[in-house]
Each structure stands twice: as C-alpha cells, then as structure tokens.
Design a protein around this ligand. Structure first.
Ligand SMILES: Cc1cc2nc3c(=O)[nH]c(=O)nc-3n(C[C@H](O)[C@H](O)[C@H](O)COP(=O)(O)OP(=O)(O)OC[C@H]3O[C@@H](n4cnc5c(N)ncnc54)[C@H](O)[C@@H]3O)c2cc1C
Length: 379
C-alpha cells in the first residue's frame, strides 16, 4: 500500500525493512520472548542497514531522513507483528531528545553509536509511585561539584535491561515548586557504580520487549550529561510527546491492517456448514465493519503523519491519534480474533499475539484518559 506521505524512497524503505524484520527478527522471536529482550546483534544488524536513527542528521551518524522514514520503518515492523525490538523508543523518541536538546559534543558522543546499534537508549520517566502524574516524580539528581548524584527508582522502562544510555527524568532542584525543578540527565550505564537493573518484567504481551525496573543508588554522573537546560525537563518532555504519540498511531494502524488481512485469509480458508466462515453473513458484516474502521484510521493517521512531516501536528491532534487509534486497534483486533474461534486463543497464531501485545497501546505513551483530558482542555 502506498501512503500519501511516502515517496519512492520511503516506499522502498518500508519494503526493505519488512524483509529485514521477517529475516532477522521474526525467526528469533521465541528466543527473544524467553530472554525477554532481543539480541544485541539485531540492533547492530538494523544499524548496519540504516534502520536506526533514520531521521537523525547524517553529521551525527543518522540517516538524514524525516519522520516519513521512521513511519516507514515502524509500519514495516508492526506489519509483521514484531513488538520486541524497541526501535521506536530508541530512534523516534530518545535520539530526538538528544538531537533536540543535546550540545554538539553530546550529539557526537552518543548519536553515532545509537545509529550503529552499539549503544541502546532508554528514557526513564515512570516510577513505581507515578506515571500519568509525572510532576510527582521522586528521582533526584543533586549537583555535587562537577557531578550529579542520582537517586531513585524507575519502572516499566522499555529497553531498560539492555540500555547503555538512560535519559533520566529527575529533579535536579527538588526545592523548586511545580515542574521547574525537573531536568533530563543522561546516565551512561557501563561502569556506573550504584546503577542496577532489576527484574525484566513479566508482561501480558510484548514478551520479547525489554521492560525493566531501574535503580539509581548514588550514581555519579558528570554535570555535562545534563540534556538541555536545567529545570526545563518537563517542558522538553512535553515538546517531544506529539512524535511519541504519533508513532504509536503509526504502529497501531499497521497492526489493524495485519489483523484484518489475517482474518480475511483465515475465514476464507476455514470450512464450516458446507461453505467457509467467510460465507456466513455475520463474518462478512464483521469484516466489512473492520475494513471501514481500518480505512478511516489509516486516513487519519496518514494525515497526521503528513502534517507532522510539515511541522504542523499540534499536541491536541497527536493526543487524538494516540487515544483513538489505540482504541480502534483494540476493537478491530478483538473482532478479528473472535473469527478465529479457538485458534484465536493459540499463541502460534499472530492474531493472539496481536491481541495480547496491543492491549498496552491504550496505557503507555500517556494513558488514553490522559489524552482525553488534554483534548478537553483545548475545547
Ligand atoms: C510495556 C510498557 C512499556 C513502557 N515503557 C515506558 C518507558 O520506556 N519509559 C517510561 O518512562 N515509561 C514507560 N511505561 C510506563 C507508561 O508510560 C505508564 O504505565 C503510563 O504512563 C501510565 O502510568 P501508570 O502506570 O503509573 O498509571 P497511573 O498513572 O497510576 O494511571 C492508572 C490509570 O488511571 C487512569 N488515569 C490516570 N490519570 C488520569 C487522569 N488524569 N484522568 C483520568 N484518568 C486517569 C488511567 O485509566 C490510567 O490507565 C511503559 C509501560 C508499559 C506497560
């Protein structure tokens, strides 16, 4: 399928990336699920073919592309049901924090390694006691001479177990009220005494995705690892959110299209009552409804992607994409799953993984209720 935001180059990129994920990731999924993370080798291979940091400037090792390149790669990854490889957090979110707020020295130090897959990056906002209410975070980074001393716990951190770099959202100035004491500090996890990874968490789905608890016990970080202006961390985070929310929508619509294609193929092949499941009027109506929802969602997401490439996607519309697409994704996948009967409950069927993996789309990246609050404030 061609997208209005895609040109020949990004269309070819989707094709190349899809082949890459089918060859390099899908065959190793069960091992990654058992390990609760993909192999580092996958990161390096993805880097070697240009799938990491595709929209980071070439001078910092990236692909020099736009959000269209990231959307092309995410579409390919989601179209094969790969939810283990944490590239969207690494390339679409973390690399853009560094590119937007980092000094030239920081960008040269971190981005080329992220583009090659030698460095894996995570962003740690959520804590055991706060997620949606980010202002309540308790992790601190207190300056002591030319270092910050970081203390606190983070949880649910994607890429956390494997991360070489963690962008920690923390309070550098806890005495400052409101959000103005929050900053972003990059912890380089190799040889960082006091830094430890807790459990790789057991999740309902996305079993191959590395989701970890992180602990900071007097971790000393050079003050020049501060990312952006001190005290501006909350605003910096809010500024990056539209892209984070949109990439969830890009993945969500690709999953819906995958689910619909699987359900059509299955119901046309499954025999029952002297015909196929597809011949039954209920099946036809359910699939017709799903096809309609998928088309509407695809049109909306494509429009948002095109706007974002032009720098015109506002926060409210990004919030609409996030809640609505993830909600429709849940409905479409569930309706399709029903058509598989008992096979739709078996792990070897992609539809089962889609149902389990997709549930979190309504929770992370900002819970859908929080998105509705943000939209309502604009009304
Ligand atoms: C697989 C996975 C990966 C994740 N990856 C990362 C990561 O890489 N980095 C990171 O920092 N975090 C990550 N998260 C955390 C995720 O962003 C949070 O779980 C999410 O923001 C919700 O926060 P919470 O879990 O603390 O829920 P809470 O904030 O306790 O909210 C619970 C529920 O209350 C309701 N609610 C909350 N606030 C409001 C409101 N204002 N109005 C109405 N209802 C509300 C919603 O229904 C919400 O789901 C990840 C989570 C998961 C499950």
């Amino acid at each position: 399928m061609t997208h209005p935001w895609a040109d020949d180059e990004t269309a070819a990129l989707t094709g190349m990336a899809r082949k890459f994920f089918l060859a390099e990731s899908v065959p190793h999924r069960e091992k990654a699920e058992a390990n609760k993370h993909v192999d580092r080798e996958l990161w390096r291979k993805a880097g070697s073919v240009g799938l990491l940091c595709a929209s980071i400037p070439e001078e910092y090792g990236g692909g020099g592309g736009t959000f269209a390149h990231e959307a092309a790669i995410q579409t390919a990854q989601s179209s094969v049901g790969d939810t283990g490889f944490g590239n969207s957090v690494h390339s679409v979110i973390c690399a853009h924090y560094i590119n937007a707020y980092g000094t030239d020295e920081q960008k040269r130090r971190w981005l080329p390694g992220m583009a090659s897959g030698d460095l894996v990056c995570a962003i740690a906002m959520t804590e055991p006691g706060c997620g949606s209410d980010l202002k309540a975070l308790r992790t601190t980074a207190i300056q002591n001479g030319d270092e910050f001393v970081v203390n606190g716990n983070k949880t649910f951190i994607t890429n956390g177990g494997q991360a070489d770099l963690v962008i920690v959202v923390c309070k550098t100035d806890p005495e400052v009220p409101g959000v103005h004491g929050i900053s972003l500090v990059v912890v380089e996890t190799q040889n960082a005494p006091g830094y430890s990874v807790g459990r790789l968490l057991d999740k309902m789905g996305m079993h191959a995705s590395d989701t970890a608890e992180l602990f900071f016990d007097n971790v000393r970080v050079p003050v020049n690892n501060l990312l952006g202006a001190r005290g501006k961390g909350f605003i910096q985070t809010m500024t990056q959110l539209p892209q984070e929310r949109l990439i969830l929508g890009v993945g969500g619509i690709a999953v819906m299209e995958y689910a619909l294609a699987e359900a059509i193929a299955y119901t046309k092949s499954r025999e029952a009552f002297g015909g196929t499941l597809f011949d039954l009027q209920n099946t036809r109506f359910v699939l017709a409804e799903c096809a309609t929802l998928v088309k509407v969602a695809r049109t909306f997401v494509d429009d948002c992607v095109a706007k974002h490439i032009q720098g015109e996607l506002d926060n409210v519309t990004a919030s609409m994409t996030k809640w609505w697409v993830s909600d429709i994704q849940g409905q479409v996948v569930d309706k399709c799953q029903q058509l598989f009967g008992g096979y739709g409950f078996m792990w070897e069927y992609p539809i089962t993984r889609m149902a389990a993996d997709g549930r979190v789309q309504r929770i992370y990246g900002g819970a859908n209720e929080v998105m509705k609050e943000l939209i309502a404030r604009s009304l």
